[in-house]
Write a protein that binds this ligand. Structure first.
Ligand code: ADP
Ligand code: MG
Length: 332
C-alpha cells in the first residue's frame, strides 16, 4: 500500500516547484496576505512555507494529511464553480509520502499554536504546543529521499529545478494582489539570500514594476482583449522592438482566472505576431484570461498546470485578431 501511495504521490508532486506550489496555493486559499518561502540548499535539504492565513483548526489535525481530505470542496456546489486553488486534498498527503512533513499552525480561536509531525502514510504521530502567530508553517524535509531514482534526478537537476521554482514564484508575485511574497535560500553556512521580495501591491502594474523593474515596465503596453462574450484577456505585452531579448519564456507568464498555467499555444501565437511586428526578440508577456469556470477544466493533470478550454480554437482565433490589432496600432 505504501509503495502505491508513493507512486500516486509522485504524480501530484513531480518536482520541487510542484511541491512548493501546492504549499503556496494552500496559503493563498487560507487568505494569507504574507507568504514566505524559505529553502535550504535550493530546497534539497528542506523547504518551508510560512503564512499568516486562517490557520488549521484542531478538529482537522488528524485528517490533514489523509488522502482526499480537503476542507474546500464542501464549500462549493460542484467542481464547475470552484474558485480555490486546492480541491482534491492530495498535496499534504503526497508530500508526506515523499518527504518528512511537519506543520505548525494556529487559528484566531487558539491562544497557542500546535506543532504536528506526520509519518509517510499521513498519520499524525506527534503533537505539541508551541508559540506562533495566527497562520500556518509547513516544512518538508528531504523530498524524494525515499524514491531513489527521482532523488538522484533531483540532486542532478537541482539548479534547473530551483530556476523553475523561482520562475513560478515570480508568477504568483505578479498575479497575487495584496499578498506580500518573499522567497529566500540558504546554502551552507552563508547568510540567507533573498531571491524575491514583493510588498503585495494592489495591481498587476505595480506587481510588474516590483518583479521586472521600472525599465522593463516602461517597454510594455497594456492589453485588454475581449475574446468572446464572457472571456477576456488582460495584461501587458512588450511594445514592438522592445522585447526582453532573453530566452524564450523567460518573461512570459500566463494565467487563467489568476492561476498560473502553461500555455504553449498562446505563447507561440504571441511570439509569432510579435515577430510579425518587426523584431527578433521575444516579447515580455503577462496575460490573465478571465473565463467562466465552467468553460475551462483545470482538472486535466494532477499538478493542474495544464488547462483545457472548452472552446480553445475560437479563443485562439479571437486572441490572434486582438493582438494583430494591438501590434498594428503600435506600429502606425
Ligand atoms: P486541498 O488544498 O486540495 O484541500 P491539501 O492536501 O493541499 O488539499 O490540504 C489539505 C487541507 O489542509 C486543506 O483543505 C486545508 O484545510 C488544510 N491546509 C493546508 N495548508 C493550509 C494552510 N497553509 N492554511 C490553512 N489550512 C491549510
Ligand atoms: Mg492544496
Amino acid at each position: 500500500r505504501s509503495a502505491v501511495h508513493r507512486i500516486c504521490a509522485g504524480q501530484v508532486i513531480l518536482d520541487l516547484s510542484s511541491a512548493v506550489k501546492e504549499l503556496v496555493e494552500n496559503s493563498l486559499d487560507a487568505g494569507a496576505t504574507s507568504v514566505e518561502i524559505a529553502l535550504k540548499e535550493y530546497g534539497q535539504e528542506w523547504f518551508q512555507v510560512v503564512d499568516n492565513g486562517c490557520g488549521i483548526s484542531p478538529s482537522n489535525f488528524k485528517v490533514l494529511a489523509i488522502k482526499h481530505h480537503t476542507s474546500k470542496l464542501a464549500d462549493f456546489p460542484d467542481l464547475q464553480s470552484l474558485t480555490t486553488f486546492g480541491f482534491r486534498g492530495e498535496a499534504l498527503s503526497s508530500l508526506c509520502a515523499l518527504g518528512d512533513l511537519t506543520v505548525e499552525t494556529r487559528t484566531k480561536n487558539e491562544s497557542v499554536a500546535t506543532h504536528l509531525t506526520f509519518d509517510h502514510s499521513g498519520l499524525l504521530i506527534a503533537e505539541k504546543k508551541t508559540a506562533r502567530k495566527v497562520g500556518t508553517t509547513v516544512t518538508v524535509k528531504k523530498l524524494f529521499s525515499n524514491l531513489p531514482v527521482r532523488s538522484k534526478e533531483f540532486s542532478r537537476n537541482i539548479r534547473k529545478e530551483y530556476g523553475r521554482l523561482i520562475s513560478l514564484m515570480n508568477a504568483y508575485a505578479l498575479i497575487a494582489k495584496g499578498v506580500r511574497i518573499v522567497c529566500t535560500n540558504t546554502t551552507g553556512r552563508n547568510a540567507k539570500s533573498v531571491v524575491l521580495k514583493t510588498q503585495g501591491s494592489g495591481s498587476l502594474k505595480d506587481n510588474i514594476i516590483t518583479v521586472f523593474g521600472m525599465n522593463t515596465y516602461k517597454c510594455l503596453e497594456p492589453v485588454t482583449i475581449s475574446v468572446s462574450g464572457d472571456c477576456t484577456v488582460e495584461g501587458f505585452l512588450s511594445k514592438p522592438g522592445q522585447g526582453s531579448g532573453r530566452n524564450l519564456g523567460d518573461r512570459q507568464f500566463f494565467f487563467v482566472n489568476g492561476r498560473p498555467v502553461d500555455m504553449p499555444k498562446v505563447s507561440k501565437l504571441v511570439n509569432e505576431l510579435y515577430k510579425g511586428a518587426n523584431s527578433k526578440q521575444y516579447p515580455v508577456a503577462v496575460m490573465n484570461f478571465t473565463v467562466p469556470t465552467r468553460a475551462c477544466d483545470v482538472n486535466v493533470t494532477p499538478d493542474k498546470r495544464k488547462i483545457f478550454f472548452s472552446d480553445e480554437s475560437s479563443i485562439l482565433h479571437a486572441l490572434r485578431e486582438g493582438l494583430q490589432q494591438i501590434y498594428s496600432s503600435c506600429n502606425a
